[in-house]
Design a binder for this molecule. Structure first.
Ligand SMILES: [Zn+2]
Length: 432
């Protein structure tokens, strides 16, 4: 046993004898029975130690002392969190610890010992500007990949000095601290003591889009195909997404890529990837080449509409929280609560869809003018966003019979077996 352990045994025994150990445990919000369970002794034993009736053995005193120290640290963290201060650890991108924080009155913030209060953050302006720009770009329809590329190109690094990865960008943009909100153990616990980089509606709107499953067209690490997870299976009752796989029928040089429904062992249906990609590309460029392509873009005044939508969403979530409090307080019944929640969830669903629609609009903007050249210059993420914005795609079971001249092993593709539905009905003749 080392000297530190011996010292801890001694101080713990002293703290138990004079009653201060019992007080510290209570202050940390831990009950005697809980501590007894932790130390694997009877509650009566802990009671006897704390009341000075029995002196714990060395091992027990050591265990009690360590548990008490750990509890005190947890209690201190909870207090810091409740206070809206930074808990420490990796420096959050966008902020830095303020070595000499000032209070609202402009006077230095000092702790009991007269030292500057720790855990107060101030903006690191270049990073805060990047965060604010990123959140607004998300609202305007930008992809995480494009924001990540932009930051890397401008030499903006993570707080650890690394290059950005789209997933990491998503993580920092989704954080409630961007709106000056405090998050502790996964829940928003209130207003933080640090300055926000954007107002709450902007952050909520962007976070709603980033958290929107409809936006996660790429569930895997990277989608390397234009239509995987976008095109859907048209078999009655299925409607599932398709993924891209190698065709199973042909072997060796005859193998080709197909989009396949994931349902069942072999999937409901599959369709030649190259042929379907080419068809969709031609449709997209054709649609965006029309004179009325500009009508597809959201009108400028809809930018204000987006802010209004985000406020609407905040109002719904606040009403939900209020209902939850009323239910907990016993003011409204379980049945009323459940009925209310169902309605709110429907409202949320609807407002989320409208936010996503409004925010998606701009992905089409680069396509106005010379759509073929714009398409050529886009990366896969952008192309996928354009396709999802413009149309829904369903692969229908192939018509019976094969076309004349078809030989086994050859790709077989009929545009008639693909159902395209444009999201915005173009005026006049449909290009399909
Ligand atoms: Zn299917």
């Amino acid at each position: 046993m080392n000297r530190r352990d011996l010292a801890l045994i001694q101080s713990t025994r002293a703290a138990l004898a004079d009653g201060s150990a019992k007080r510290q445990r209570a202050q940390a919000g831990v009950r005697q029975v809980e501590l007894a369970a932790l130390l694997k002794v009877a509650q009566s034993t802990v009671s006897q130690w704390e009341n000075g009736v029995r002196v714990p053995a060395a091992d027990d005193a050591l265990a009690y002392g360590r548990a008490l120290a750990a509890l005190a640290r947890l209690a201190a963290r909870a207090e810091v969190a409740a206070d809206g201060r930074w808990l420490g650890g990796k420096r959050p991108f966008g902020w830095e610890p303020d070595p000499a924080p000032l209070g609202d009155d402009g006077e230095p913030l000092l702790d009991d010992d007269g030292l500057p209060v720790k855990g107060v953050l101030r903006l690191r302006q270049s990073e805060a500007d990047a965060l604010a720009g990123g959140l607004r770009a998300v609202l305007a329809g930008a992809t995480l990949a494009s924001i990540s590329r932009d930051w890397n190109a401008r030499g903006i690094l993570t707080s650890q000095g690394n290059q950005w990865h789209p997933r990491e960008v998503g993580r920092v943009l989704r954080r409630p601290r961007n709106a000056g909100l405090m998050e502790h153990q996964g829940r928003i616990t209130g207003q933080a003591q640090w300055p926000a980089v954007v107002d709450e509606p902007t952050w909520r709107g962007a976070a709603a889009i980033l958290g929107d499953p409809a936006r996660r067209t790429t569930p895997g690490p990277a989608s390397r195909h234009l239509l995987s997870w976008i095109a859907r299976c048209g078999v009655r009752g299925c409607g599932g997404p398709v993924i891209c796989t190698s065709s199973s029928r042909a072997s060796g040089a005859g193998r080709r890529l197909v989009y396949r429904c994931r349902e069942g062992a072999r999937g409901h249906l599959s369709r030649d990837k190259a042929a379907l990609d080419a068809m969709v590309e031609a449709l997209v460029i054709g649609r965006m080449s029309r004179d009325d392509a500009g009508d597809l873009l959201v009108k400028p005044e809809d930018g204000d509409g987006l802010t209004a939508l985000v406020r609407e969403k905040v109002a719904v979530t606040e009403a939900m929280a209020a209902d939850r409090r009323l239910h907990l307080a016993g003011v409204i019944t379980e049945a009323e609560f459940v009925a209310g929640r169902r309605k709110y969830q429907a409202d949320l669903e609807a407002v989320n869809t409208r936010i996503t629609e409004a925010a998606r609009a701009d992905v089409l903007a680069p396509m106005i003018g010379d759509p073929a050249a714009a398409w050529e210059g886009m990366d896969l993420d952008q192309r996928r966003a354009v396709v999802s914005r413009l149309m829904t795609i369903r692969l229908m079971p192939a018509p019976k019979g094969r076309p004349a001249g078809w030989r086994p092993g050859e790709p077989y593709f009929s545009p008639r077996s693909v159902e395209i539905v444009w999201r915005d009905k173009p005026a006049g003749n449909s290009p399909v």
